[in-house]
Design a protein around this ligand. Structure first.
Ligand SMILES: Nc1nc2c(ncn2[C@@H]2O[C@H](COP(=O)(O)OP(=O)(O)OP(=O)(O)O)[C@@H](O)[C@H]2O)c(=O)[nH]1
Ligand SMILES: C=C(OP(=O)(O)O)C(=O)O
Length: 220
């Protein structure tokens, strides 16, 4: 089974705000772009992935990710922030999933965060292989409260519920939590300086390695 992946990416100038103590305003957008490029490059190299749709309103990121082979779509209409606190992100994912389904109606669809710079294609293939057994499934992030991947079988709506505490939200929505060994690279999202150090220990892709080297992170 070959998947379409929808990867959401915030405009770079606003992305990765929780990394402000590790990377200042001048370098953070470049770091967020490096994470996204390494994430998407690894996803495109995964044997279980047919195509990657990046949903972003950022023109520079759009150009660079398109050059890797991703399809770029804009965020689309936002939902009502009163009913959905992660308004922008979940609306963007619903929009991307709908476009993906138009292009490939019988394909399974999964979302993957753009901040997984240590992502390994073989580990992603293992997660997608496990997800294929369920109508909807998800993988918790390394911190244990969020979600890095949400998957839906052909004909099933994704129903993304990303945002603070999304692990619990996805569980409550009926999605099956995937509990797998040796898929750390798919779970290690980077929100904080500690997350970045953990990702560097796992081994990041070349763009993140170069960007992180410029930050002179102790222990590198
Ligand atoms: N297209 C799109 N992607 C989003 C939006 N909000 C968040 N994302 C992406 O969703 C994933 C998880 O987002 P967060 O961790 O909440 O946001 P972040 O920019 O990565 O980090 P913080 O600013 O520290 O919250 C990342 O890949 C983000 O780029 C949005 O409004 N639109
Ligand atoms: C939006 C999410 O990501 P993060 O943990 O990076 O905020 C989430 O896990 O639902």
């Amino acid at each position: 089974m070959q998947w379409t992946l929808a990867v959401p990416l915030k405009p770079l100038a606003r992305a990765k705000s929780r990394l402000a103590d590790t990377a200042d305003d001048g370098v953070r957008p470049g770091l967020a772009l490096a994470f996204a490029l390494d994430t998407v490059a690894a996803a495109l190299a995964c044997a279980a992935v047919h195509d990657v749709v990046v949903v972003t309103d950022d023109p520079l990121a759009g150009r660079e990710l398109a050059a890797l082979g991703a399809r770029i779509v804009p965020d689309g209409p936002a939902a009502d922030p009163a009913t959905d606190p992660a308004d922008g992100l979940n609306a963007a994912l619903r929009h991307a999933a709908a476009l993906a389904r138009t292009a490939r109606p019988y394909a399974p669809v999964a979302t993957l965060n753009a901040d997984l710079p240590a992502l390994r294609p073989d580990e992603l293939a293992r997660v997608l292989g496990a997800a294929a057994a369920f109508p909807r499934a998800f993988l918790a992030d390394a911190a244990g409260t969020g979600t890095t991947l949400l998957a839906a079988a052909p004909g099933r709506a994704l129903r993304p519920a990303f945002g603070p505490g999304s692990r619990r939200g996805h569980r409550r929505s009926g999605a099956v939590e995937l509990v797998l060994d040796d898929v750390d690279s798919v779970r290690q999202d980077v929100d904080t300086g500690d997350d970045l150090r953990a990702a560097l220990c796992l081994g990041v892709g070349p763009r993140t390695a170069a960007a992180a080297a410029r930050l002179l992170i102790p222990g590198q």
